[in-house]
Design a protein around this ligand. Structure first.
Ligand code: FMN
Length: 471
């Protein structure tokens, strides 16, 4: 069972079924050697294209000649990004495998799809690297998602695996993040567990790299770090958690605390009531749910101080600069962090008449927890949203994109559709809620020494005091 690295570019250079890429990667011992390997491979790609440029051929003719090469040398930008991440996973102790989507879905045949399926069904994690096309993924990734979504065996397997993504665009702000978010949602909706890049690069949506022309990727040292840290994060997670493990949920004896934060609700408190009703269906008394009605509490806005958290010390101690005695975080700090999984919940109306919300200030106030070495991290999390038909606020997406930044494992959003007074998809909701609980108890013992490493600013009180002394 390994990490299956997928490269989703039409410009893939390693498209032969039996290409050497994995064997080549396994021989590399250091980051410097990796960088040299990629430089050499990019040079090969560049030279092949350059020599074709000397002949008077049109683009399609060049493309067809390139495709006739054996596919055992060179690297496209997406492949180079993938190589960074896959190598790091391997060095971190994971088995790795590689597949080029252009090999499978560019000119799809039954045999090719069979091969894809075989590899997919034997992977424990999927690492997808692709180019940004119009701020989104390209058609090869899209086709893969369509295929997975239409095959029952794949849809069963996908619930047991973890996904991470890398995207490469020609420009800074070219849409690398939107691509990752859309892809992340597809995988979440199929039931896959999703993670972002690791704490070395402050936990965002995955690897985001900039490279237009062949060879430019090597200049993007920060992007390369995001790829390396995505690979490392993925291998750390699959070493510690096995979502395919069959457990007898009702017999679990170990205590598991799940915190549910209701950030927004209507005047009938329907979100809170529905959650309480779903909790009653979970018959195992060792699973303890704490439901916090955040919408009724005082949640002070974050003041964006530059010393967050305000001191070094024990995580049990509340260390946000906001000191109002009735502030929710000040009052409940210990309860907030002492949990094993959590859910952010909200009622999403067509308007804000009769809706009370502390959604945004709650999210922003979690900053001191994130900056305190991800105190809310390394857990299975999801969002629970009651959405009135036509509310169109995409709260399930917004909560999950915030939660991935806390270094968490995301799972399928629980999205209740309300039409008039009826919740129209209740049967699915019961299943999704139970599935969340069953998977949440499998997440234990993940690396607790994740460290918040600020990029672009300083964080400590010591540094703050030093600056004050000097000024
Ligand atoms: C149809 C198309 C659309 C593109 N759209 C974007 C875009 O929205 N943003 C961006 O930064 N780059 C865009 N690009 C550039 C590619 O993402 C970029 O060149 C990438 O490095 C290609 O990776 P590859 O070598 O693995 O194919 C686009 C390229 C094509 C062909």
């Amino acid at each position: 069972m390994s990490i299956l690295g997928i490269s989703a570019s039409l410009r893939n250079r390693r498209f032969g079924y039996k290409n050497q890429l994995i064997e080549d990667l396994k021989k590399i011992k250091t980051e410097e050697q990796l960088s040299e390997f990629i430089k050499d491979q990019i040079k090969i790609t560049f030279q092949e294209i350059d020599s074709l440029n000397k002949e008077k051929l049109n683009f399609e003719e060049k493309y067809n000649i390139l495709k006739k090469h054996k596919g055992n040398r060179g690297l496209s930008n997406s492949e180079a990004s993938l190589v960074y991440a896959l190598w790091q996973s391997y060095i971190n102790g994971s088995e790795i495998d590689y597949l080029s989507l252009s090999n499978i879905f560019e000119q799809e045949t039954k045999d090719k799809v069979k091969l894809f399926k075989k590899k997919f069904l034997s992977c424990k994690a999927l690492l997808v690297s692709g180019p940004v096309y119009f701020g989104d993924r390209g058609s090869l990734t899209q086709r893969m998602v369509e295929f997975l979504n239409s095959d029952d065996e794949c849809m069963n397997h996908i619930k047991n695996i973890v996904y991470a993504g890398l995207s490469v665009g020609a420009k800074r702000n070219g849409g690398q993040e939107t691509t990752l978010i859309f892809q992340m949602l597809d995988f979440l909706n199929m039931g896959c567990k999703v993670i972002g890049n690791g704490h070395e690069t402050t936990s965002q949506y995955g690897g985001t790299l900039v490279a237009g022309d062949i060879g430019k990727l090597q200049d993007d040292s920060y992007g390369i770090k995001t790829a390396l840290s995505t690979g490392k994060h993925l291998s750390e997670i699959i070493k510690k958690v096995d979502f395919s493990k069959k457990i007898k949920f009702h017999e679990i004896k170990e205590k598991h605390i799940c915190n549910i934060f209701v950030l927004q609700d209507n005047d009938q408190k329907q979100c809170t009531s529905l959650i309480n009703a779903l909790i009653k269906n979970i018959k195992n008394k060792n699973i303890i749910f704490n439901v916090f009605k955040i919408f009724e509490n005082n949640v002070h806005k974050c003041i964006a101080c530059d010393v967050c958290p305000i001191s070094y010390g024990s995580s049990e101690k509340y260390r946000c600069i906001i000191n109002n005695k009735d502030d929710f975080f000040k009052k409940y700090h210990r309860d907030i962090i002492n949990c094993d999984s959590f859910i952010f919940a909200a009622y999403s109306g067509q308007n804000f008449k009769n809706v009370k919300s502390n959604y945004q200030q709650f999210i922003e106030r979690t900053r001191y927890l994130r900056r305190d070495d991800y105190l809310m991290g390394n857990k299975l999390v999801t969002s629970f949203i009651i959405s009135e038909v036509n509310s169109n606020r995409n709260l399930h997406i917004r909560t999950l994109t915030s939660l991935v930044r806390h270094q968490n494992i995301l799972t399928k959003p629980i999205l209740v559709f309300k039409n008039g007074n009826a919740f129209v998809n209740m049967e699915n909701i019961k299943k999704d809620f139970t599935k969340f609980c069953e998977d949440a108890v499998k997440v234990k013992g993940i690396n607790s020494n994740t460290e918040y490493k600020p990029v672009g600013y300083e964080i400590s009180l010591e540094k703050y005091n030093l600056r004050k002394e000097k000024s």
